[in-house]
Design a protein around this ligand. Sequence first.
Ligand SMILES: *Cc1c(COP(=O)(O)O)cnc(C)c1O
Length: 364
Amino acid sequence: MNAETEIRRHFASDNYAGICPEAWDALAEANRDHAVSYGDDPWTARAADLIRDLFETACEVFFVFNGTAANSLALASTGQSYHSVLCHELAHVETDECGAPEFFSNGMKVLQVPGVNGKLDPAGIERLVRKRTDIHYPKPRAVSITQATEVGTVYSVEEIKAIWAKTKQFRLALHMDGARFANAVASLNAKPKEITWQAGVDVLCFGGTKNGTNVGDAVVFFNRELAAEFDYRCKQSGQLCSKMRFLAAPWVGMLKDGAWLRHAGQANAMARRLHDALAGLPEVKILFPTQANAVFADLPPHVIHALRQKGWKFYTFIGAGGCRLMCAWDTREEDVDRFVSDLKHLLVHAPREIPSGPVDHRKL
Ligand SMILES: *Cc1c(COP(=O)(O)O)cnc(C)c1O
């Protein structure tokens, strides 16, 4: 057996993980009989109701195929083609969606704002809004924040509220990319409402895939006016699933008994374990506070190379460089310990020379 096939759970991405049992069982249930198509089925109604229960408010809920679609369509719903959206310079909407927010909004411009630890801050927002106010510049209309962020940090309730104060001041909508919303809730030990509508969030893209579903993210409008005709937006962009129950049922499985939060808590705990093992190792530098399910670490290049030679997969192109080690709902202590043990060994024994030739880190 070679190293590649031996390692079963990697740290490359939380979407390397499969479907969790709760989502799988709900899919099987939904598959037993016929059901009405295009979302007029009991599973979709139940999933939307469970999301309303979770947020303790009468929000509007739509299910789309992935996070890129959810973010792009949600942002498009906040304004017109001549508007702009402010986001952190490392935000997924800017760096990893191939221009989809601009495309699906017919031209809204995504403007990047720097900020410490992957987060926007009120001053950064104000600076960009005030930078230009003339007719020749796209008019700021929305702010997008990612919770948990692309570098594994989490906005506190106070931080979101401080951003809300700015969005109110400048009449901007507040969008939250919650691809890892569950990890943020587990990390903060807060109620979902406390970090969304009670902190000024107008629309949340609630990620299911990385939390353990097969496919599909929920677009949750707390500001229900923004949801007007959103169903048409979904249909036009190819995001209206005809067998909608298979996007919705996993949410029922995840939400009905709290599996979503348990799985996120497990992923966070494994990241914490990995962080604690890595911190203090010679030649290893932790790059960001570990607050959700990711650890970012600087490792010597020859050790990165040797880890990959051993079969470990992880990204080095996300965020501000370094290695991104991502834990998933099914990451176990033994996976973390095995990685740490290999790393410790290679820090001492890996050959210092790396064979020359181009390395394509995207080919994982
Ligand atoms: C994974 C992810 C998404 C969604 O990506 P898709 O591949 O389109 O599902 C959105 N935002 C962030 C921060 C992500 O990590």
